[in-house]
Design a protein around this ligand. Structure first.
Ligand SMILES: *Cc1c(COP(=O)(O)O)cnc(C)c1O
Length: 405
């Protein structure tokens, strides 16, 4: 722990003005929440929007609703290199996980593995394509492979709120989609989740589930306010070395959560989001500038052994964290070490692929070698609002230096 400028790997800052709006919303809560909801409906152009306490809670509610629609099905197909929140929500909903290995070049479902996974679909309830770090999962391609009409596509756009793919917004190509408003996501209310769908029968079932959700208790709202203030102050690069040095906070670790809050989004959180559209746009533009800078940095080909996923010639970078692959263990370790020393926020992603995750217990998935390789070798560079030109240069130096050694 060193008192020095320290970058988190991802950040979506919340300001004191936002907090003031959040607290003000406690007085006329329902109105604030309804406004946030109707703004989202308009922005995404969808009929149904539901606001809940996290991305996990959003997925949980979706799965519960789908179970009502198809009680004879209980399996959920997910890519094996994934955020642990996904299996955590699947298990909480009482469903079974089926893993599919990924394509190591896109981090999306591997095409051959996917075709194989879609042969026997009698028990398959839904498939969850996931957009990781701004890389686009091919939802349309997935749709064309699914022959069984009862199977639902749940688009995990937790990391992709406001991102586009050839003019189409992420999260709207599946039968139902969800976004996360957690810390370090595209736009944050500390915690929160959004469900979007145009499908009438799914929308109706989710509405039933959502109606039964309880509200945050007064104690939980107060805890939320205290946490938001703490993150606003200590999440700043000037002070981030303090929480980062406290081992019990376990920052930077990816943990599997066995249980989590499943609530309606509180009016306080809806209040925090008072100018979300402008803010999301501003945060996205800033991240895109940084991501484009990284894309060009690697495009020169001057950095040996580090391979970017995002090529500006083919994609518009819309990344939450800029993903690269570093295959040599020694090189990766050197870079992490240097980054930690200088507080630069270069981080591994999900340390284990889902087929290796002990928390998933005694299920016996097929081994997923591409997912395992990606869990070891995918590294992200920070692109968030706090990353300055000076930071980029310092990070660039760490990356280039690791090549000479
Ligand atoms: C963050 C995330 C989630 C879960 O969102 P929370 O709000 O943290 O519960 C789900 N899927 C992916 C891909 C995520 O990155």
């Amino acid at each position: 722990m060193k008192p020095q400028r320290t970058l988190p790997p991802a950040a979506s800052p919340i300001g004191f003005i936002d907090i003031a709006h959040g607290i003000a919303a406690l007085r006329h809560g329902e109105k604030t929440r309804e406004r946030f909801k109707s703004e989202l409906q308009q922005y995404f152009g969808v009929k149904h929007v539901f606001l809940v306490s996290s991305g996990k809670a959003a997925l949980f509610c979706i799965l519960k609703a789908l179970q009502k629609l198809h009680p004879d099905r209980n399996e959920v197909l997910v890519p094996a290199f994934n955020c642990y929140s996904v299996p955590s929500a699947v298990l909480a909903a009482g469903l079974k996980i089926r893993l599919c290995d990924i394509d190591p070049n896109t981090l999306d479902f591997g095409p051959r593995e996917l075709s194989k996974a879609l042969i026997d679909t009698k028990r398959l309830l839904c498939v969850i394509p996931t957009h990781l770090f701004g890389l686009h999962a091919d939802v349309k391609g997935l749709r064309s492979l699914i022959k069984d009409d009862a199977i639902v596509i749940v688009e995990d756009a937790a990391q992709a709120m406001g991102s586009h793919e050839v003019g189409r917004m992420m999260g709207l190509s599946g039968d139902v989609g969800f976004f996360s408003l957690g810390r370090g996501k595209a736009f944050s209310t500390y915690e929160g989740g959004i469900i979007v769908t145009d499908n009438e029968s799914i929308g109706k079932c989710i509405a039933e589930v959502a109606r039964a959700l309880s509200e945050y208790s007064l104690f939980q709202v107060i805890k939320l306010i205290v946490n938001v203030i703490a993150v606003t102050v200590l999440g700043h690069p000037m002070l981030f070395w303090i929480p980062k040095g406290l081992p019990f906070l376990r920052l930077g670790e990816t943990l599997f959560e066995h249980s989590f809050l499943i609530k309606a989004l509180s009016p306080f959180q809806a209040g925090l989001a008072w100018n979300w559209k402008k803010k999301l746009e501003r945060l996205r533009t800033g991240r895109n500038e940084n991501a484009l800078w990284w894309a060009n940095f690697f495009h020169d080909g001057s950095v040996d052994g580090i391979f970017p996923f995002i090529d500006p010639r083919y994609t518009i970078p819309d990344a939450l964290r800029f993903p690269v692959r570093i295959e040599k263990d020694e090189k990766r370790e050197t870079i992490f070490r240097e980054s930690e020393k200088m507080g630069m926020g270069i981080r591994p992603t999900y340390p284990l692929s889902l087929d290796e995750l002990p928390e998933l217990g005694n299920f016996h998935p097929p081994p997923c070698p591409h997912a395992r390789l990606s869990a070891r070798t995918v590294v992200t560079l920070p692109v968030h609002a706090y990353v300055s030109g000076h930071d980029r240069k310092k990070i660039g130096k760490i990356l280039s230096k690791s090549c000479v050694e």
